[in-house]
Design a protein around this ligand. Structure first.
Ligand code: HEM
Length: 140
């Protein structure tokens, strides 16, 4: 296994852990659970998300950037991550009412799943691509 492949696997694992953690913290937020205040609950997401980003940067460099290319879907993942961080902050910290925090939480999860589909299918339009493939297949 190459270091690039290893980085993608570590990235995928960190993505899964990050999603599980975000969903869990959102549920605790909606329940006003005191568990949100635990030290490890505050620290672990930073560690997981740092691994998620570092492994993404290493994989992107080894697979694309050092060769002078940057696929569109990698740009989408970078912009998507920034948007996810912003919406995630509203969900778990900045949102004034529970309705705002809950809505931001759902939106952040949908965005996260979209970015994951982009990464797995390696296209910025993961849902249209499948459609297009079916359509062109039947037209042929
Ligand atoms: C919330 C943010 C992100 C999510 C949810 C996400 C999700 C994923 C997933 C699920 C995969 C597939 C992993 C696998 O095949 O095992 C993937 C692959 C990848 N991601 Fe991300 N990612 C995110 C952010 C980023 C960022 C910021 C970058 C670039 C700096 C990036 C670069 C990549 C690359 C290069 C791959 C490998 C694609 C390939 O195999 O050709 N990702 N991502």
């Amino acid at each position: 296994m190459t270091i690039a492949q290893l980085s993608v696997h570590i990235h995928g694992l960190a993505v899964l852990l990050s999603l599980i953690g975000f969903v869990t913290r959102g549920i605790w937020m909606l329940q006003d659970s005191a568990r949100l205040k635990a030290r490890w609950v505050k620290i672990t997401p930073h560690i997981v998300d740092t691994i998620l980003l570092l492994s993404a940067l290493v994989a992107s460099y080894l697979m694309f950037w050092r060769g002078g290319v940057n696929p569109n879907y990698v740009t989408v993942m970078m912009v998507g991550l920034l948007a996810y961080i912003g919406i995630g902050l509203v969900a778990l910290r900045l949102g004034k009412t529970k309705a705002i925090r809950g809505s931001a939480w759902v939106l952040a999860i949908v965005l996260f799943l979209y970015i994951s589909a982009v990464g797995i299918l390696k296209t910025p339009t993961p849902f249209f691509t499948a459609q297009a493939a079916t359509t062109s297949g039947s037209a042929a």
